[in-house]
Design a protein around this ligand. Structure first.
Ligand code: SF4
Length: 504
């Protein structure tokens, strides 16, 4: 067979998870340069940039959510696709064992995590034959936070703030703008879009995702679509959603539009929203032995220039230090915009843990405590554990539970990303708690703030869903919902809705 194939795929998976492609780096660098210093968006972009550099340096996952690996492969006629698919599955399992991928494949009926990223539909592998004597393998790792922001429109339809979207490119433009607005910071903005006009509901989404294999700086060969892409990029940033939805100058770093034929009765506009941690790489393999002939999207002979040519996240002296357990009085002094440095014991808890806490006692003492919406990458390290990647997950999923969990267990600080809704805001005010935003995708940056892991509860839910007992030091976050009824997320959403209306 191809003796080097397995190693080449493992290398591709590792690099994709840890090394952001140059076009995305350039876009993020430009975003950082465009943001006035000292703003919350600038702080967020600085942490993202620092995290990108740390991921390369330590070969660690850029974001702890390494997504559903999606491969697009072109093979010569006669290639053994079944053998290759098995080799790819083996490489995925090995990359997971090494902590380059988070175990992300969950049985949809039992909720059991397979632990190795393998299972029905995981990974996604699309083969296609071509007439060249080489193998082209491309990979996108797209996490759940941005996947949840994908959206599909059936046109004609009425769109809030923008009016009717008709079955033409003007209607498509409105759909795309709305797709960016509705994501706010929940998909870890600034984002990048793959869009498909047409197809059916399934092929439309697949083709939209396929657009993510284009580089951010390419030009659509179809002049009408090129013009639409340029129009979106020229106008969209007026929305002011900004990095992580904090408000700011850059909301989108790319928009790539493809088209498929459709049924006369259907006109779908499908949007695949990817986050700033837009992980996409590829390799061209020798068809005789499977070795890497060439990298795609990156040039190893030109090592990546560091994102930051200055100090990363630096203290201004205005930060508020908080150590758990935290009192109600300390919380009531905080307001939206305060930067906190958190210390002491912090527990992770996301979907399964919140659902469990609604029906059961907590396995840990959360009174005065800090609860982190995070599904980390953790590896066994002798008798203990080692934190490999620890960025926040999208908090909105916990909105049905959070208020009750705060009241029942006395939580004082909820840490996450993307913000939460009215029920949580009311609970924060009533009980005396705050919601603070960590920077989505900054998995290496936050892993470095974890001094040790002293234990774990509910591990039966799998590594991402367990409650990890983390001891943190100077863990930086921004208060975005306070105990006085204020929410930065609510304000940015309302203001950006007004801006959206200007683009009608
Ligand atoms: S950067 Fe945010 S949206 Fe992207 S994979 Fe990570 S957590 Fe999910």
């Amino acid at each position: 067979m191809l003796p080097a194939f397995f190693g080449s795929i493992l290398e591709l998976v590792t690099k994709t998870s840890t090394d952001l492609p140059p076009d995305v780096r350039a876009a993020m660098k430009a975003a950082l340069g465009n943001e006035p210093q000292g703003t919350q968006a600038s702080q967020a972009l600085t942490i993202m940039a620092e995290n990108i550099d740390q991921a390369v340096d330590g070969e660690g996952a850029i974001c702890q959510d390494t997504g559903l690996p999606t491969f697009e492969i072109k093979v010569p006629v006669g290639a053994n696709e079944m053998w290759m698919a098995q080799q790819i599955r083996d490489a995925i399992a090995e990359a997971t064992r090494r902590g380059k991928l988070r175990p992300n494949s969950v049985d949809s009926v039992t909720g059991k995590n397979s632990g190795n990223n393998l299972g029905p539909g995981s990974p996604v592998i699309h083969f296609e034959q071509w007439d060249r004597d080489e193998i082209d393998v491309r990979l996108v790792l797209k996490g759940g936070g941005c996947e949840n922001m994908n959206i599909q429109y059936s046109v004609p339809c009425d769109i809030a703030q923008l009016g009717r979207a008709d079955r033409d490119l003007e209607g498509v433009r409105k759909c795309i703008l709305h797709a960016v607005w509705q994501a706010q910071g929940k998909g870890c903005s600034p984002g990048a879009l793959g869009v498909c006009i047409g197809g059916d509901r399934t092929s439309g989404y697949a083709h939209a995702k396929h657009q993510l294999f284009r580089t951010l700086d390419d030009v659509n060969p179809d002049p009408a679509l090129a013009e639409l892409e340029a129009t979106i990029m020229r106008t969209v940033n007026v929305l002011g959603v900004g990095a992580m939805g904090f408000g700011g100058a850059t909301t989108l770093i790319g928009c790539k539009i493809g088209v498929l034929n459709r049924l006369p009765a259907c006109f779908f506009v499908s949007v695949a929203y990817d986050c700033w941690a837009f992980r996409r790489l590829g390799v061209v393999l020798d068809a005789k032995d499977g070795s890497i002939k060439k990298w795609l999207y990156r040039d190893p002979s030109h090592p990546a220039v560091p994102m930051l040519d200055q100090a990363g996240f630096t203290r201004t002296g205005k930060e508020v230090m908080l150590t758990a357990p935290i009192s109600e009085a300390q919380i009531r002094e905080l307001k939206v915009g305060d930067v906190l440095l958190l210390n002491g014991l912090m527990y992770t808890g996301r979907d399964s843990a919140h659902s469990y806490l609604m029906k059961n006692d907590s396995p840990v003492d959360l009174n005065g405590g800090m609860l982190y919406h995070c599904g980390p990458v953790v590896l066994k390290d002798g008798d203990g554990w080692k934190m490999m990647a620890a960025g926040p997950t999208t908090s909105a999923r916990e909105e049905p539970y959070q208020g009750e969990v705060i009241r029942k267990f006395g939580v004082r600080v909820v840490i996450g990303k993307g913000g939460m809704g009215a029920k949580t805001l009311a609970a924060l005010k009533e009980h005396g708690a705050v919601y603070v935003s960590a920077i989505g995708g900054a998995a290496q940056f936050y892993a470095r703030a974890v001094e040790k892991i002293s234990g774990v509860s509910l591990l039966e839910f799998g590594v991402p869903e367990a409650m990890w007992h983390m001891h943190v030091k100077d863990f930086p976050v921004i208060v975005t919902m306070d105990a006085h009824g204020n929410s930065l997320h609510k304000d940015v959403e309302a203001e950006s809705a007004k801006q959206l209306a200007t683009l009608a």
